[in-house]
Write a protein that binds this ligand. Structure first.
Ligand SMILES: Nc1ncnc2c1ncn2[C@@H]1O[C@H](COP(=O)(O)OP(=O)(O)OP(=O)(O)O)[C@@H](O)[C@H]1O
Ligand SMILES: O=c1ccn([C@@H]2O[C@H](COP(=O)(O)O)[C@@H](O)[C@H]2O)c(=O)[nH]1
Length: 240
């Protein structure tokens, strides 16, 4: 395995859903420790690492609103779920002696720093991992879109979406056994084929700003490291 990083500054979008492990809900301690160890491998390469964590292990706004809740209230709950995950990940990283800061898009000064772009960049330059919590701070968005937004703002060279499946398939592989994975895709192909591994707002924002995306399986140890060192794993989405 190559040990030279291909990128200097990256944003990793971590699946919230993956954090629940086989518990069905919440945060499984072994899983958060595993995820922190995966991030540590990349951090020790000297790469500037920023992170967005989803909230699917705790609450998704869509689920709340389909159960009759007001959508904005449900989305606010979803954003708070991402704060819980971010604090748990920060704790797990600090246990590995990795200096980490959480910046929240919704102000909660006793719990996390507010999101300040220049400060986030400074943290990265000083060798701290930065976790962006509370999504974009607005309802009707997802953490995938927040990840693209923050990646653009801090000028990350690439966004890795570390998720539950190997990459982007022609249909949902968790539902269809015969789904076929793509090695590469253009943003337009993802939109035209309606491939739902990331939401369309996230894909269009990445396309508009030429931010390459790489979707990979979080559950395979070493995958994020491989991707950061230029390994061809999962699916790369870019302007072909
Ligand atoms: N065409 C597709 N290719 C790959 N995965 C797909 C596709 N269509 C739907 N999916 C589903 O998308 C899921 C990943 O997206 P999603 O953002 O919902 O999950 P996540 O990474 O666990 O996020 P969260 O952080 O919200 O918990 C996969 O687990 C997969 O089941
Ligand atoms: O900018 C954002 C980001 C997220 N939300 C809400 O949080 C949950 C959890 O995020 P996932 O991306 O689904 O993991 C999401 O379902 C939204 O309800 C938001 O409102 N705004």
């Amino acid at each position: 395995m190559d040990t030279k990083p291909e990128f200097q500054r990256v944003l990793i979008k971590l699946s919230g859903e993956a954090l629940m492990g086989n518990q069905g809900f919440g945060i499984m301690p072994e899983m958060i420790a595993y995820v922190a160890a995966e991030v540590a491998k990349v951090f020790h390469l000297g790469v500037e690492v920023s992170i967005v964590v989803g909230g699917g292990n705790i609450f998704r706004g869509v689920a709340g609103s389909s159960a009759g809740m007001d959508r904005t209230s449900a989305d606010n709950m979803g954003m708070l779920a991402t704060v819980i995950n971010s604090l748990a990940l920060c704790d797990a990283l600090e246990k590995l002696d990795i200096p980490t800061r959480v910046q929240s898009a919704i102000r909660m000064d006793r719990v996390a720093e507010p999101f300040i772009r220049r400060k986030a960049i400074r943290h990265l330059e000083k060798g701290r991992v930065v976790i962006f919590a509370a999504g974009t701070g607005n309802p009707y968005f997802t953490t995938d879109t927040a990840a693209v937004l923050r990646a653009n703002e801090i000028r990350a060279q690439i966004l890795f979406k570390a998720t539950q499946v190997e990459g982007v398939y022609d249909k949902d592989p968790q539902i269809h056994d015969d789904a076929v994975m793509f090695d590469t895709l253009s943003y337009m192909q993802v939109i035209e084929k309606q491939l739902h591994v990331m939401d369309m707002t996230a894909i269009s924002l990445a396309m508009e700003h030429d931010l390459p995306l790489q979707v990979l399986n979080l559950h395979t140890a070493g995958n994020i490291y491989k991707a950061v060192t230029g390994g061809e794993i999962g699916t790369r989405i870019y302007n072909t």
